[in-house]
Design a protein around this ligand. Structure first.
Ligand code: GUN
Length: 289
């Protein structure tokens, strides 16, 4: 039996946001600028609306300017491109985030790659993805950035040489997460829907990062004793009584006594993502001359 530590992402995010607020005060005093984040939402996906509201609230709480731009579902790709170009030119805007997913008729890659890479606080632009992959300084996507911060905090220098398995190969989480773990000298495997025998692979993993969007998929009995588990999943499930509940990609209860540390859902990776977005926006404003 291992004592399983619950990694408190909420408390970690609060500390990070306080640190960002201090940096904002410094940037205002030294450069006479207020870091500004523009968030663009196209359509009215309810989950996206909640994220965007939370982002705006926390941006203001950190002392930064928040610019929200809500466009109708019928916005064309050309209209959205014009909006992005306008934000690229706006000197008050240091970070631009276009909320994903976009409506089907808009090509996400086209929009992401139209954002000025120096304002791409999501780190999704191909230039930032390339910089991260080649070990250059870049904007790092917020969710994996939050995950690596928590892993470094939990494991410190022990991270080096560990076997890490990332489940999920998305551009938003899986691929950048693998690059960050590699940078920390982990031996990294990316698993995905076609991976053969995931339970056997996980038995070799000192670190497991689950980002697949499948409720409670990873079971405790698949883990190596003492593994550190980062659960990126946020899945809403309906219980037999009709109520709904948020669960991760990991069946947390079954990992207790096996994992050495695990992030809960909610209260783990989720709060860190917005805190990292504020950190990236601050970094962007700090780079302005
Ligand atoms: N949709 C879900 N997560 C994200 C994110 O981190 N950034 C953006 N732009 N859209 C998202």
């Amino acid at each position: 039996m291992t004592d399983t530590m619950i990694i408190d992402g909420k408390a970690f995010a609060e500390r990070l946001r306080a640190e960002v607020a201090r940096k904002v005060v410094k940037i205002k005093a030294e450069k006479n600028i207020t870091p500004g984040l523009a968030v663009v939402l196209v359509g009215s996906d309810p989950a996206s609306e909640v994220y965007v509201r939370n982002k705006a609230k926390q941006t203001k709480e950190a002392g930064m300017n928040s610019f929200e731009c809500t466009l109708s579902e019928s916005t064309t790709e050309a209209e959205l491109l014009i909006k992005v170009q306008e934000l690229n030119r706006d000197p008050l805007v240091h970070g631009i985030l276009v909320q994903l997913p976009l409506p089907k008729h808009i090509n996400e890659d086209t929009i992401i790659n139209a954002i000025d890479p120096n304002k791409d606080v999501d780190g999704f632009h191909v230039i930032n993805a390339g910089r991260l992959a080649t070990g250059q300084d870049s904007f790092v996507p917020c969710t994996p950035l939050g995950c690596i911060m928590m892993l470094k905090d939990t494991l410190g220098t022990r991270l080096s040489g560990m076997n890490a398995v990332v489940i999920g190969r998305s551009n938003i989480v899986g691929k950048p997460m693998a690059a960050l773990l590699l940078k920390e000298s982990c031996t990294v495997t990316i698993a995905h829907s076609r991976t053969k025998d995931l339970p056997a692979l996980l038995k070799t993993a000192d670190i497991v990062v689950a980002a697949v969007g499948k409720p409670n998929m990873v079971k405790g009995e698949w883990l190596k004793q003492g593994a550190v588990v980062i659960d990126v999943g946020i899945n809403r499930i309906t219980l037999p009584d009709g109520k709904t509940k948020l669960v991760g990609d990991v069946d947390t209860a079954s990992c207790m006594g096996i994992a050495s540390a695990i992030t809960p859902v909610p209260g783990g990776v989720g709060p860190m993502t917005i805190a990292c977005l504020l950190e990236n926006t601050c970094k962007s404003a700090g780079l302005q001359t």
